[in-house]
Design a protein around this ligand. Structure first.
Ligand code: NAD
Ligand code: MG
Length: 380
């Protein structure tokens, strides 16, 4: 039985990971962590009987300990609790399904403890990829992508060891506002932005998909995971979300992975890699789909992608400034304190203002995050 720990077990990726485990019955869930949904965590504890658990706030941990006293499972809290789950002795694979830069420290600790990482938490690679990738190599740890596009690229690389990647074709649905111009986006409400055409995901990544910031984060993620240059990654808007991404080789061959939009497939591929297993659910029916179409991304309207590429070209902590500003701006938008288009305005302002550090260590990355939050707090 492969032993699995999950950071963010109550979220969209976390619950789908548990559903994959339940479908097969041959994965053992040994450790779980979440933010504040202690009701669902209690259900998960009763169902999967993990050996250790963590939630973010100590007061929630106290309540959860009280409610699950009959189970006798230790419940930790804070960063210490997250790290305990990430490094839990028995676990072989850590699924990083937490949202945001909070994932950096636990992911680093898990790599140091030799755990295979099934990585959904892209913000960690975006901000600390230059530290994480060499650390994984040093500790001989695999980082297996869970993000659907990156899983598709990874699947397209199988059997091609030693062959040079010419180009990565990173597909994007275009989000709910594809085809709209800036003037049409001024009055976008939270409910409109939360309606993704093809995927059902957590709130933050759904907003990131609407601004195309998500695709910018994914270009950065692909760069780190597959060791390619920015110029080798092409974003292709493909509204049907059937081709999940592709790799072009030197001879012009393009290998892609296709399927229905279902995150359980990339999750399962990472959990059982290199084996494939059966998976319930709808199969791809090309006759039903009829047409696959492709467009160039509109980077004038969707500044999120343009700013991400700019941040990546600059390097250093600029990707952290980009990411932290986006995390804060999305939170403000979800609280209805700013308008939709202000998300990218805030990112741009932070990128122009916050202090640049060429090769930041973890402390400098987290200090940058604080500086960005203070800057945004003082202006918005
Ligand atoms: P989500 O909001 O549904 O879930 C986030 C999880 O993180 C929850 O379990 C929450 O409790 C936990 N969390 C939040 N704050 C925490 C804290 N302070 N301490 C401990 N746990 C905390 O998010 P999601 O959509 O599942 O996304 C998770 C990650 O996966 C993100 O980085 C996202 O970009 C990435 N991702 C998601 C999808 C998807 O389909 N949902 C696809 C690709 C990549
Ligand atoms: Mg994705």
């Amino acid at each position: 039985m492969r032993k699995i720990a999950i950071l963010g077990s109550t979220g969209s990726i976390g619950t789908q990971t548990l559903s994959v485990a339940e479908e097969h019955g041959d994965l053992e869930i040994v450790a779980l962590a979440c933010g504040s949904n202690i009701k669902l965590m209690e259900e998960q504890m009763r169902r999967f009987k993990p050996k250790t658990v963590a939630v973010w706030k100590e007061e929630d941990a106290k309540a959860l300990r009280e409610n699950t006293r009959d189970l006798g499972i230790p419940v930790g809290s804070g960063m210490e609790g997250l790290i305990a789950v990430a490094t839990m002795e028995e676990a072989e694979v850590l699924v990083t399904a937490i949202v945001g830069m909070l994932g950096i420290r636990p992911t680093i600790a898990a790599i140091q403890a030799g755990k295979t990482i099934a990585l959904a938490n892209k913000e960690t690679l975006v901000t600390a990829g230059h530290l994480i990738m060499p650390l994984a190599e040093k500790n001989k740890v695999s980082i297996l992508p869970v993000d659907s596009e990156h899983s598709a690229i990874f699947q397209s690389l199988q059997g091609n060891e030693g062959n040079r990647i010419q180009k990565i074709l990173l597909t994007a649905s275009g989000g709910p506002f594809r085809g709209k111009k800036k003037e049409e986006l001024t009055d976008i409400r939270v409910e409109d932005a939360l309606k993704h055409p093809n995927w059902s995901m957590g709130r933050k990544i759904t907003i990131d998909s609407a601004t195309l910031v998500n695709k910018g984060l994914e270009v950065m993620e692909a760069r780190w995971l597959f060791g390619v240059e920015l110029e080798q990654i092409e974003v292709v808007v493909h509204p049907q979300s059937v081709i999940h991404s592709a790799v072009e080789y030197e001879d012009g061959a393009v290998i892609a992975q296709l399927g229905t939009p279902d995150m359980r497939l990339p999750i399962q591929y990472a959990l059982y890699y290199p084996k494939r297993r059966t998976l319930s659910g709808k199969r791809l029916d090309l006759f039903e789909i009829g047409n696959l179409t492709f467009e160039k991304p509109d980077m004038d309207t969707f500044q999120g992608l343009a700013l991400a590429l700019k941040a990546m070209k600059k390097g250093g902590n600029m990707t952290t400034i980009f990411n932290a500003a986006n995390e804060k701006a999305v939170a403000l938008f979800l609280e209805r304190k700013i308008r939709f288009l202000e998300i990218t305005e805030i990112i741009e302002a932070a990128m122009e203002t916050c202090r640049f550090v060429p090769c930041p260590n973890v402390d400098e990355i987290l200090a940058t995050e604080q500086e960005v939050y203070e800057f945004i707090g003082s202006r918005w």
